[in-house]
Design a protein around this ligand. Structure first.
Ligand code: CMC
Length: 389
């Protein structure tokens, strides 16, 4: 009612109150439930952070153990859901496979979809946390033409996911502790980021009282776009293009600045951060560490570092306050772990899942939530008489 404000892209409109994630974009600060991302990335685990985001407090030893065990015991997918994967084209991108399978979860668990029933919300939370890594790994296996393994519940979420992705039935899979730790840390970095495009989508869909699976499936689709989660894949494509065409990073930067064919420096810029993205700083250090172990380092990392150095000293980027975001370095780490580009955004989705769940639950629990329904500024004809054909 009253005056409608035109705010394309919601640049200045807060649609919700939230106590989950705090960002100070000018200072480059990110905190989950008040805890700085740097401390969580260094000392915590993805499961602990997921608990923190969803339940609001860090778990005790016993709570963390229950949470972990609960998630381990729900990893199996219904065999009929498994058969879904054979219906997609062999070269299917795993993101739409992921969102389709998550959407389908509401058909398999149709008896526990009530957003206002605490028990049903609890079991849906556990099911999503347990099954998304399995679905993601199956989408990957399908694209490789390799058999899907059954989960091994002696492993935690991150370990299980790696084994399901890289293990084969013919031999035992040996986990690399460095890789487990690095992936767990990257999942922490992605775990929530307040009202970004996919999270807002989850809330908007959920505000109609659609169930958690339907809402999060929509969030996965929002994340797929190259301006959002798809940027990590786009960064690697960009670095590869610079490498294969033998472009000097400087020449590429000129293209970006002249906005030739809409070329952007992918992995740079952010709606909220007008300073260095704190997640990018942690990811850059992790890239140095992991890629340092790969023989001869990685030429693509060198290109990325040169691009960053060049950008941070360039008037175009300085005046627009464009800094590397989380996606600039993560793809290089995923690549070093053995993931193909197509899987990068899936890894982002795995990390973001607890954030989506926490935000969906906060929205449902907030009695002041109303159905999301933006207004518009109408620009069409005011009224015309139908003339007949
Ligand atoms: N390369 C070159 N120029 C850029 C870039 C970039 N990466 N990002 C923004 N600009 C320019 C943009 O062209 C505009 O210039 P001008 O004022 O001359 O028109 C100015 O900076 C402001 O940008 P904007 O597009 O109006 O800003 P926005 O807040 O609407 O968009 C963004 C934010 C993240 C979509 C954008 O910076 C972008 O497209 N970046 C590349 C894609 C990317 O890395 N996305 C990942 C974001 S972080 C993780 C996530 O959310 O998934």
């Amino acid at each position: 009612t009253g005056v409608v404000t035109y705010d394309p892209g919601f640049m200045n409109t807060a649609n919700t109150k939230s106590a989950i994630t705090y960002i100070d974009g000018a200072e480059g600060i990110l905190r989950y439930r008040g805890y700085p991302i740097e401390q969580l990335a260094e000392h915590s685990s993805f499961l602990e952070v997921a608990y923190l985001l969803i339940y609001g407090e860090l778990p005790t030893d016993g709570q963390l153990n229950d949470w972990d065990q609960n998630i381990r015991s729900h990893t199996m997918l219904h065999e009929d859901l498994k058969s879904f994967f054979s219906g997609f084209p062999r070269d299917a991108h795993p993101m739409p496979v992921l969102s389709s399978a998550v959407s389908a979860l509401s058909t398999f668990y149709a008896d526990s979809l009530d957003p206002f029933d605490e028990e049903q919300v609890h079991i849906s939370t556990i099911r999503l946390m347990s099954k998304l890594p399995v679905i993601a790994a199956y989408a990957f296996k399908k694209s490789l033409g390799q058999p899907m393994l059954y989960p091994d519940n002696s492993l935690n979420l991150t370990e299980n996911f790696l084994r399901l992705c890289f293990g084969v039935p013919a031999e035992a899979y040996e986990l690399d502790d460095d890789v487990v730790k690095a992936l767990d840390r990257l999942l922490i970095l992605h775990a929530d980021h307040e009202q970004n495009c996919s999270t807002s989508t989850v809330r908007l869909v959920g505000s109609s009282h659609a169930n958690m699976f339907a809402s999060i499936s929509a969030g996965i689709n929002a994340l797929y776009g190259p301006l959002h989660g798809g940027a990590n894949e786009a960064v690697l494509n960009m670095l590869r293009q610079i490498q294969t065409e033998g472009l000097e990073p400087e020449t590429f930067m000129d293209k970006v600045k002249n906005k030739e064919d809409g070329v952007k420096l992918m992995g740079f810029g952010h709606r909220v951060y007008k300073n260095y993205d704190p997640r990018a700083r942690i990811a850059k250090a992790a890239a140095d560490e992991i890629l340092g172990k790969v023989k001869g380092g990685d030429e693509l990392l060198d290109i990325a570092i040169r691009l960053e150095e060049r950008a941070l000293a360039d008037e175009y980027f300085i005046e627009r306050k464009l800094y590397p975001n989380v996606d600039f370095y993560t793809g290089l780490i995923y690549k070093a772990m053995g993931f193909p580009e197509k899987m990068f955004t899936v890894l982002f989705a795995l990390g973001r899942l607890p954030g989506w769940i926490a935000q969906w639950r906060e929205m449902i629990e907030d009695k002041s939530t109303k159905i999301g329904r933006p207004r518009q500024v109408y620009t069409g004809e005011v009224q015309r008489d139908y003339p007949g054909i």
